[in-house]
Design a protein around this ligand. Structure first.
Ligand code: DX5
Ligand code: ZN
Length: 221
C-alpha cells in the first residue's frame, strides 16, 4: 500500500481554515486529519463537532480522518455527520465498550480505527482485529501539537505492523504525533501507511503548502 498523507487541521492557520482545506484538496492529498478533544480525556479543546461537520461540505477530493480524543465518542457522531468514507479513530482508553463504538462507526458506513495512546500495549489490538479497518498509533501523548516523539515509538509501530501482517487482514497503520521531516521515512520503514502531518512537517514554519506536501509525499511513498 502506498504511503498516504493526512495533514492535521489543528496545526493549520486557524484564522483561514477554508482556504487551508481547499489548498490541500487541490493538491491531491488523501485525508484531512480532524482532531476533536473533550477537555476531559485530554486537557485540551480544539476543533469542535460543528466545524468537523462543516468540513464535509467543502471537500471535493479528500476524505475526513476524524480523531476523537473524548470519552464515549459515539455521543458526537450525529453532530459530526459521520458517514460513508470517513475514518473515525476512537481511543481504546476512552470507551466503556469500544467494540460497540467500533460497530456503530461501521453501521454508519464509516471506517472504524482504534487509536492507542503511547502507554497502551500493542498486543491489545489482537482482540479487535475483526472490528477495525485501521489502527491509529499515537507517537506523542494525545492532546497537543508540537510535542517530541515518545521514546519507543518506532518499536511500537514495528510491533503493530507485525500484528497486522500476521492477521492477514487489510488494516491500515496510521501514525500521529511528531511525524517530522527527519522521522517520517523511518516510520514508513517500520510499517506505517497513513501519516498525520502537523507542526513538525507539513505545517512547519516557512514552507509553502504545495512544497511541503510534495516533499512529504516523496518521503512517505
Ligand atoms: C495531538 C493530535 C495530533 C497533532 C499532531 O493530540 O492528535 O494530530 O495535531 O501534531 P504534531 O505533528 O505537531 O505532533
Ligand atoms: Zn490526531
Amino acid at each position: 500500500m502506498r504511503g498516504m498523507l493526512s495533514p492535521s487541521l489543528m496545526c493549520a492557520d486557524v484564522l483561514n481554515l477554508q482556504s487551508e482545506i481547499e489548498a490541500l484538496d487541490n493538491l491531491g492529498v488523501d485525508y484531512i486529519h480532524l482532531d476533536f478533544m473533550d477537555g476531559k480525556f485530554v486537557p485540551n479543546i480544539t476543533l469542535d463537532a460543528s466545524l468537523i461537520r462543516a468540513v464535509k461540505s467543502v471537500l471535493k477530493n479528500m476524505k475526513r480522518d476524524i480523531h476523537i480524543m473524548a470519552y464515549e465518542p459515539q455521543q458526537y457522531f450525529d453532530r459530526m455527520d459521520i458517514g460513508e468514507g470517513d475514518i473515525v479513530a476512537v481511543h481504546l482508553e476512552a470507551c466503556e465498550n469500544v467494540r460497540g463504538v467500533l460497530s456503530i462507526i461501521r453501521k454508519r458506513g464509516a471506517n472504524p480505527f482504534l487509536a492507542i495512546s503511547p502507554d497502551t500495549k500493542a498486543k491489545v489490538l489482537n482482540d479487535y482485529l475483526d472490528d477495525i479497518d485501521g489502527v491509529l498509533v499515537m507517537t506523542v501523548y494525545p492532546g497537543f501539537a508540537g510535542q517530541p516523539i515518545v521514546e519507543g515509538s518506532f518499536d511500537k509501530i514495528t510491533e503493530v505492523r507485525q500484528i497486522i501482517d500476521n492477521s492477514g487482514k487489510d488494516i491500515i497503520l496510521e501514525v500521529d504525533g511528531h511525524v517530522s521531516w527527519d522521522l517520517c521515512h523511518k516510520m514508513r520503514e517500520c510499517g506505517a501507511d497513513l501519516f498525520v502531518a502537523g507542526s513538525s512537517s507539513v505545517y512547519s514554519k516557512g514552507m509553502k503548502i504545495d512544497e511541503a506536501v510534495n516533499k512529504m509525499m516523496e518521503l512517505i511513498k
